[in-house]
Design a protein around this ligand. Sequence first.
Ligand SMILES: Nc1ncnc2c1ncn2[C@@H]1O[C@H](COP(=O)(O)OP(=O)(O)OP(=O)(O)O)[C@@H](O)[C@H]1O
Length: 269
Amino acid sequence: MSLAHGTPEHAGVQISNVSKSFGAVGSKTLVLDDVSITIKKGEFVSVIGPSGCGKSTLLKMIAGLGEADSGDVLVDGTSIKTATKNKMIGLVPQSPALLPWRTVLDNVTLPMSVNRKANAGRTLRDPKEILASFGLGHALHKYPSQLSGGMQQRVAIARAFVFDPSVLLMDEPFSALDEMNRDQQRLGLLDFWQSNRKTVLFVTHSVPEAIMLSDRIIVMQAHPGRIAEVIEVDLPRPRDADVYATDEFRDLEGRVRSTLHNVMEVARV
Ligand SMILES: Nc1ncnc2c1ncn2[C@@H]1O[C@H](COP(=O)(O)OP(=O)(O)OP(=O)(O)O)[C@@H](O)[C@H]1O
């Protein structure tokens, strides 16, 4: 029996045969070539691949910030247009983009107050509660300049959660942080995600980060951007820092790195 869109059967993100080119007619560059992937509801999927393989382009398309030339993207069975209108998609960019003259709490409540009419009747999360679960309960009335880079990025993640989106898109949210801080932030995100199982698509350049966080890792290749391999991360959950030292983690790391190596080799030929 075929079920209508919007049923649990279609929950998550469905990317079907998406292609995208940039450039003027006659000198177009194919950036995404027939990309298809389904991310199940509550699944954490990372995308990794060489620079320019189209990771951000794919993410932006799901966020409604760019249109595919062909193919379909659906969120919980609805079009991206409807999904963005209904705030079903949360986006965490590379830089936190906080307003410096607003406190932490005001930065997080801003999206709720900007369009009260459109938000009427929508389930919103308690910003103070979310900030507290990201370890920022003591910083509600501080200004962004009084916070470390890692704390600022946590505010940006908390902000994405206030609308309780069904899908969270993260574009290298920890890339500007040093490795120790980065690890701390990723473990914090993992903790939060483990008790709030959202559908997540997470772009990263870090192999350990992708393994630690994900249920599956999509390895992409460039020119044009395609899915080279999808690697299942069958490490048990909940996960913590001890996972890094396990043989299973190291085996997966070897597998992802060798796939990336092959992808780079193909690009050089
Ligand atoms: N708006 C645009 N106009 C023209 N070309 C674009 C545009 N956006 C992206 N591109 C090109 O598309 C290709 C893929 O870019 P994209 O940012 O998606 O790659 P990426 O995999 O996220 O790269 P990185 O890892 O370096 O962030 C690149 O060659 C880029 O120059």
